[in-house]
Design a protein around this ligand. Structure first.
Ligand code: SF4
Length: 221
């Protein structure tokens, strides 16, 4: 598989001409499910959702250093952030079990993203990733797994002193919302942003207001 984006037109072409290893009818079912997943992402407010081959997801050991204090106050605070998640090496191994991923972003005014109000967008990106994961699972991709930016302790459990999973092995208080941090696994999102053409320098001016965004992804499997 090349590093080209899996655009809808490329899916259509593969459906029309068939794809080695897939009976045509099965591939049509996969194609329809993928189109529905993209439509669901748009319906939930995501911007520019894309299906990409997992080879586009570069995982670097040093990205996890961004999670260390003082850069991030989420380190060691929840079960979804380092040092309580798998290492980049382990995640690279996990990725070998997947072929494609849905990546998406949610846009917001830069002014908001640079303020404490960014947590509102952080919650939205985590919840959207979790909902798309559920949608993919219900569509038959039962090993789908969502990842999202930001730390769930700050976003969902700020009123509690400790993460319920870390403090004695309890259940997550927000299993339908909280998902693992992408940078905590070593995902090089700057690289992916560049490959997707999503650089911050592309932030649009809308009515005089600069827009930025936060991102999430669902591994489809
Ligand atoms: S209990 Fe709260 S802090 Fe812990 S993983 Fe769940 S959402 Fe995150």
């Amino acid at each position: 598989m090349t590093n080209d984006l899996l655009t809808i037109s490329s899916w259509r072409q593969e459906v029309r001409f068939g794809k080695p290893g897939y009976p045509r009818a099965s591939f049509l079912i996969v194609y329809v499910a993928m189109e529905e997943l993209l439509e669901k992402a748009l319906e939930l407010g995501a911007s520019d959702p894309r299906l990409i081959p997992v080879e586009m997801i570069q995982v670097d050991d040093d990205i996890v250093e961004l999670c260390l204090p003082p850069q991030c106050d989420g380190y060691d605070m929840c079960a979804n952030c380092p040092p309580h998640v798998m290492s980049p090496a382990e995640f690279r191994k996990v990725l070998e079990g997947y072929e494609s991923a849905l990546v998406f972003k949610i846009e917001a005014p830069m002014e908001l993203l640079l303020s404490d109000e960014r947590d509102h967008v952080g919650r939205l990106i985590q919840e959207t990733a979790a909902r798309l994961e559920r949608f993919a699972i219900e569509a038959g991709f039962v090993s789908s797994r969502a990842l999202a930016g930001a730390c769930c302790k700050r976003l969902f459990c700020g009123a509690y002193e400790r993460c319920n999973v870390l403090s004695g092995g309890g259940e997550c208080r927000n299993p339908d919302k909280a998902r693992t941090s992408m940078s905590g696994l070593g995902v090089n999102f700057n690289r992916l942003n560049r490959d997707l053409g999503w650089q911050m320098s592309d932030a649009r001016e809308a009515g005089g207001e600069a827009l930025g965004w936060m991102a999430g992804m669902v591994l489809i499997g």
